[in-house]
Ligand binder design. Sequence first.
Ligand SMILES: Nc1nc2c(ncn2[C@@H]2O[C@H](COP(=O)(O)OP(=O)(O)O)[C@@H](O)[C@H]2O)c(=O)[nH]1
Ligand SMILES: [Mg+2]
Length: 301
Amino acid sequence: MGSNSSQPEPQPPPQVVHRFTPPPSLCFDEPWRRIDWGDKQSALQYVKDYNPPTEGQQIRILLHGPVGAGKSSFINSVQSVLQGRMCIKTLVSTSQSCFTKRYMTYEFEKKSLDSFYPFVINDMMGLKDGSFRNQRVHVKDIKRALKGHILDGYRFNPESKLSKEDPYYNPSPGVNDKVHVLVSVIDANTVSQLEDKVVKAIWAIREEASELGIPQVAIFTKIDELCPEIQKDVRNVYKSKILKKAMQRFSEEVGIPMNCIFAVWNYHEDISLSNDNDALILSALTSIMNAGGDFLNTVRE
Ligand SMILES: Nc1nc2c(ncn2[C@@H]2O[C@H](COP(=O)(O)OP(=O)(O)O)[C@@H](O)[C@H]2O)c(=O)[nH]1
Ligand SMILES: [Mg+2]
């Protein structure tokens, strides 16, 4: 049939296969911690209905952490979630100046009920500025605060701790004056380069709290800046590999277990109220309240 067997059949040109390898995902497929995203209302109701073990008691939450970590923003965020509207006050510092110089108790009013939620938050700056001597003063002040010896309005002195003669010294604190849960507030983006003295101070403060039996937890803020997937969708928070790594690192460095570290994306100028952000803030808040409530159960006047 005239086929020329010595002539090779023309071959199609080799196919060039363009293989697209997607970059490794920044998220795990499954979250390592569950948040009930669709049910913010139950979480909110839980906080609204919460009653401390004994009538008239309140859980005192003490926030501490470096200037700019997001302590004031967290207080504002809690206020915003409870009020159902943005409550950005002048509370938030716009510069690195030592903003929170005074010891202040923040109470949260229940809408339309003319009463207050049974928890209060105090905020103490520190852990960043000053020498080791100041750091020791800071730790001593924290100890006084933990025991309930510091009255509202006290202006911290970086050079010396609150003296027993000071009018802001409360010599006989009641159960409501004492701190029931200590919260380290940390900018999640700083975890990879935490200064040695900050780590040491956190250990020293935790030691004091442990001696008093006070539970200790941590809040990671600014998670939106840490991981683009979280910024895209806050529901990715507990799927984020970057966040998990940062939490593990922090946990190892300061000795706070992973299940006592919570992430929040605070309400601040740029973002608007959302159910998902609310859910995350409420999840941190309820864990903190529960830890404080458990301790309050054990505290005697
Ligand atoms: N992107 C982002 N910024 C935050 C967050 N929380 C606080 N900030 C900003 O961080 C700065 C310091 O916050 P602030 O609450 O005053 O810190 P404080 O010194 O610990 O009380 C402010 O400019 C806040 O708007 C957060 O979750 N995400
Ligand atoms: Mg502040």
